[in-house]
Design a binder for this molecule. Structure first.
Ligand SMILES: Cc1ncc(COP(=O)(O)O)c(C=O)c1O
Length: 358
């Protein structure tokens, strides 16, 4: 336990917990947290300023507790016949996941995820006193054995991340439907990277009708280029938002957050206009890495998992020494790089070529 904590009566199970910590370092090329590298246009910046100005006079009042208009906008964006009653929003999808585990997990309950996957799922499980069950993936990171593992463990909450972080791989819908049929608990499909998926990869939104224990989580932090806004959301049967009302803190989404997120949604086509370029850049990166004799996982996201290295930390550090920051995560020997602008990718390729040539 860190020395300063010894002075505090902190919960035993948190004493040795490592806080989430992708490094936030000043570098020329930042490719470690899967953000969209393209900032908002001048016009969108001005629209955000106007939106904040318009609500500034109401900041003495609490925000709309149920974020109704924002949820209407989110439902309209998602389509699939969804309405505001099917959606719920919070400060990042991390908060949505926390609320889901507060409502459906908790003491005496379990959550199952298939590793390697998003490291916050087990961390949020721990913090909400939900026992974490580490399920496994196939050799190629597929999930052919998901339903069987769900059946075996009887989890109260199951997470399927698709496209998965850090592997980039997505899960066919029939496997998700099978996992749903195999559980009496909640099935949460974390689709943080959905907008980047390759053509022909459908979203689990299409599975929602008739499946009241299925939840699809999304975020504006990735394709939507709004990580700083902190806005995550879900789509599900209306009973799910109703359940979350019981655990959410009142007024959890500030008036400013709601106004900025609605402005971003009103500029959906501009914000998503970079997705096509990022997908092409990603596919080119996979080809380039394989051409260098490296292994690169197929990716439906805005990052690529590649390797394998005997000492991945050494490679990560050598890239950082060249002001290129990527992520040391995933299975031993692998590294993850976020897809950036063409200039950033060219800097990454040059740096990696130099490092590998050493
Ligand atoms: C799979 C996955 N889910 C959820 C999140 C959380 O995103 P946010 O809280 O910014 O919405 C991330 C962020 O990296 C992620 O990779």
């Amino acid at each position: 336990m860190p020395e300063p904590l010894k002075k505090l009566p902190i919960r035993d199970d948190l004493k040795d917990l490592h806080p989430y910590g992708a490094p936030q370092l000043e570098v020329d090329v930042q490719l470690n947290t899967n953000e969209n590298p393209y900032g908002p246009s001048e016009a969108l910046q001005a629209a955000v300023a106007v939106a904040v100005r318009n609500v500034a006079g109401t900041l003495n009042r609490y925000p709309d507790r149920d974020a109704v208009e924002l949820r209407q906008d989110l439902a309209a964006y998602l389509g699939h016949g969804l309405t505001e009653a099917n959606t719920w929003a919070a400060n990042g999808s991390n908060e949505v996941i926390q609320q889901l585990l507060q409502a459906f997990g908790g003491p005496g309950r379990t959550a199952l995820g298939f590793e390697p996957s998003y490291s916050m799922h087990p961390l949020i499980a721990q913090v909400t006193c939900t026992e974490w069950i580490a399920g496994r993936r196939d050799e190629d990171y597929g999930l052919s054995a998901a339903a069987e593992q769900v059946q075996r463990h009887h989890p109260d909450v199951t997470f399927i991340t698709s496209p998965n972080n850090p592997t980039g791989t997505s899960v066919p819908l029939d496997l998700i439907a099978d996992a749903y049929d195999a559980t009496t608990g909640m099935l949460v499909v974390d689709e943080a990277y959905a907008e980047f998926r390759r053509d022909g990869t459908p979203s689990a939104l299409t599975l929602l009708p008739g499946r009241e224990r299925l939840v699809v989580c999304r975020t504006m932090s990735k394709a939507f280029a709004a990580a700083g806004t902190r806005l995550g959301y879900l789509a599900a049967d209306p009973a799910v938002p109703d359940a979350l009302l019981r655990v959410r803190l009142p007024y959890h989404l500030s008036t400013v957050t709601q106004a900025v997120a609605r402005t971003a949604l009103a500029h959906t086509s501009e914000l998503l206009s970079s997705v096509e370029a990022l997908r092409s850049e990603r596919d080119a990166l996979v080809t380039w890495l394989r051409g260098r004799g490296l292994v690169a996982a197929d990716s439906d996201a805005n990052f690529v998992l590649f390797g394998t290295f005997e000492d991945r930390h050494k490679v990560w550090q050598a890239l950082l020494d060249r002001s290129v920051l990527i992520r040391e995560t995933g299975p031993a020997g692998w590294l993850r790089v976020t897809v950036g602008t063409p200039q950033e990718m060219s800097a990454f390729r040059d740096a990696l070529t130099e490092v590998l040539g050493q």
